[in-house]
Ligand binder design. Structure first.
Ligand code: FES
Length: 168
């Protein structure tokens, strides 16, 4: 899952073109980071270094901007995303326990991706479904309402079956 300039040559070239066309514009860091996120689905460390070099800024400045906005991720995203809502309505109904179970079963912490690249585990602060809390969202397209710790194995199984279907 790690970034490779040679393997990702087309993506790299697309990003490089955008970087070169925009690097001298005022406030360019943000749109260039957005482009990197769009192309690579995350912000590879190598891309931050490249931006710093071409833009003549310190990489800490780029990290500073990228860390401030939750839209940017420094880790590769998995094929699927399981997002647990930790907003108040979900939290008081035990979403923290669901999260602990997800972390245990997936063997990763929230914000990480499984080593096989299949599932990313993320958290949200209210996804607008408080009436059916706690809520687990799959790939931002399907919500599991009134989720519970006991449902975690089935949720993961279902997501992995989806992954297999996609690959078949
Ligand atoms: S707090 Fe979880 S959906 Fe609103």
């Amino acid at each position: 899952m790690s970034f490779c300039f040679r393997k990702d040559q087309d993506k790299y070239q697309e990003f490089l073109n955008f970087l070169e066309a925009n690097k001298n514009k005022k406030g360019a860091i943000m749109p260039i980071l957005q482009k990197a996120q769009e192309i690579f689905s995350y912000i590879p460390e190598e891309i931050v270094d490249l931006m710093a070099l071409r833009m003549g800024v310190h990489s800490s400045e780029i990290y500073g901007v990228a860390s401030f906005y939750s839209q940017f991720s420094f880790i590769p995203k998995g094929e699927h995303e399981i997002c647990i809502c930790l907003g108040t309505a979900c939290y008081v109904k035990g979403s923290d326990k669901i999260l602990a179970e997800l972390e245990k079963e997936l063997g990763i912490k929230v914000g990480e991706t499984t080593p096989d690249g299949k599932i990313s585990l993320t958290e949200a602060r209210c996804i607008g479904e408080c009436g059916v809390a706690p809520v687990v969202s799959i790939d931002s397209s399907r919500n599991i309402e009134k989720a519970s710790r006991a449902m975690v194995s089935d949720i993961i199984k279902e997501v992995l079956e989806d992954t297999n279907e996609v690959k078949a």
